[in-house]
Design a protein around this ligand. Structure first.
Ligand code: AMP
Ligand code: ZN
Length: 474
């Protein structure tokens, strides 16, 4: 079995992943907070986690993967402050919190499907596990890590040795500037203590509340991931994944409470893809005007062109989104599909069988290449190398099919008749774009609209992007 490496936040180095049980990986992923559509930044994280899971599977590991759905109790801050995201979503749309959760959970998985992100075999909404949270909080009380203050239950972080170990920073580094929204909660013994169970929340109108030994209330955010992961994946978790913003405090708190409860190391490898930003900074659901898969589709892009865009860069680098770079990825992706389609036609003509030894060699090289800190862009380079090689079309296709188990770009669905079209002469339409820009400047909306219709009649749509108007084939 080939070794897979990635950057482990816990040790701050690229490490070979050695599972607790040989050949068997347990992997936990922090799921979405379902109060809004996922933006394409969130989905970058899920795409990279999907690639990681599929790479292990291609290399012959058995992967058991779990994910939560945050459908209750996610406050924007860890003190009893900030707004409750689910409640805010429900208010915004005039629905109940459960309706909001159901709607956006479905929307999330519909987006995942479009991006060929496999649904983990175990997906657990937080609201279905309240008993587990209560049990875990009970254990934390028994072991002396939990206390009550002002009606809420808190975790005492001072009882934990090396509370900050995942972050690689000192307490002072983290508390200054990193989270401006952490306001002093006078109930806490230490400023990093966090709520395990709310009863005396300022959110009296919280819809979803349950009975507990500490009063009628609802769980804090962090407890759900520890409880769900421990229940479904056991006490020895191999990989825990989530966006980089989760390192502190979310994953730091997960480690504190999980290890306090089980009494030994919980998870060895922490996978944290970096963020996708737009030009104005980090994308966030709460900012509004978010970029979603639907927005990309409305603008004429195939969702998988976005997956290709993500695969082109390294997960440990922040990625800046622009329509210009998405255009480049989309056209490279279309060309790739056309090339694979040509290969299919060629293979049919040749009628040869693939050279399976060669295919295995390529597969091994692919796992080695991508398995070296999840280098998806070098994986794509290897794919082009195969296409350009001297192998038969059948061998190339069989190797590409192996790669696509991980890349998941639907390459084998490329249709032979979709041969690369000769580049169209678009200069006439480009001239119309210039005229339209002039018309818009002069606020001559009738002309601008007429031009849009003319361009549409020629089979193109005009997409307005921050970099100017662009043509998209309809
Ligand atoms: P949320 O639904 O807010 O809990 O986030 C879902 C996942 O997306 C988490 O793993 C976050 O860490 C991750 N995430 C949030 N913002 C971004 C971003 N701008 N780029 C990439 N991942 C993100
Ligand atoms: Zn989590």
């Amino acid at each position: 079995m080939q070794t897979i490496r990635f950057y482990n936040t816990a040790t701050r180095s690229v490490e070979p992943i050695v599972p607790h049980e040989p050949g068997r990986i347990t992997m936990y992923t922090c799921g979405p907070t379902v109060y809004h559509y996922a933006h394409i930044g969130n989905l970058r994280t899920y795409i990279m986690e999907d690639v990681l899971e599929k790479l292990f599977v291609l290399a012959g590991y058995e992967v058991k993967r779990g994910m939560n759905i945050t459908d209750v109790g996610h406050l924007t801050s860890d003190a009893d402050t900030g707004e409750d995201k689910m409640l805010a979503g429900a208010k915004r749309e005039g629905k109940t919190a459960m309706e909001i959760a159901r709607f956006y959970t479905e929307a999330f998985f519909a987006d995942c499907e479009k991006l060929n992100i496999k649904k983990p075999e175990t997906v657990v909404p937080a609201t279905s596990c309240i008993d587990e949270f209560i049990k875990l909080i009970g254990v934390l009380f028994e072991k002396g890590y939990a206390y009550m203050a002002g009606g809420n239950v808190y975790f005492d972080t001072s009882k934990v040795e090396d509370y900050y170990r995942l972050t690689g920073h000192s307490a002072d580094d983290l508390m200054v500037g990193v989270r401006d929204d952490v306001t002093e909660d006078t109930n806490k013994r230490n400023k990093t203590d966090f709520v395990l169970w709310f009863t005396e929340s300022k959110f009296g109108e919280q819809e979803l509340r349950w009975d507990s030994p500490w009063g009628y209330g609802y769980p804090g955010w962090h407890i759900e991931c520890s409880a769900i992961s421990l229940k479904y994946l056991g006490e020895y978790l191999d990989i825990h994944a989530g966006g980089v913003d989760n390192i502190f405090p979310h994953h730091t708190n997960e480690i504190a409470q999980s290890e306090a409860a089980i009494g030994h190391e919980w998870c060895r490898y922490w996978f944290h893809p970096r963020h996708l930003n737009d030009k104005s900074g980090k994308m966030s659901k709460s900012k509004g005007g978010i970029l979603t898969v639907s927005v990309l589709e409305e603008n004429g892009y195939k969702p998988l062109a976005y997956r290709y865009f993500c695969l082109q860069s390294h997960y440990m680098k922040q990625l800046v989104f622009s329509y210009e770079s998405l255009d480049n990825a989309a056209s490279a992706y279309d060309k790739l599909l056309a090339r694979v389609a040509n290969l299919k036609a060629q293979a049919e003509k040749e009628g040869a069988e693939p050279d399976l030894e060669k295919v295995d060699e390529y597969k091994e090289r692919f796992i080695e290449t991508v398995g070296n800190d999840l280098n998806t862009s070098l994986g794509l380079t290897l794919l082009y190398e195969v296409i350009k090689s001297e192998e038969t079309a059948a061998t190339k296709l069989a190797a590409i099919a192996e790669f696509d188990n991980v890349l998941s770009l639907d390459l084998m669905k490329a249709e032979p008749e979709a041969e690369e079209a000769p580049a169209e002469d678009l200069s006439h339409l480009e001239e119309l774009l210039v005229k339209r820009a002039e018309a818009k400047k002069a606020k001559d909306w009738a002309t601008a609209d007429a031009i849009r219709d003319e361009v549409k009649a020629a089979g193109y749509m005009i997409v307005d992007t921050p970099e100017g108007a662009k043509l998209k084939k309809l």
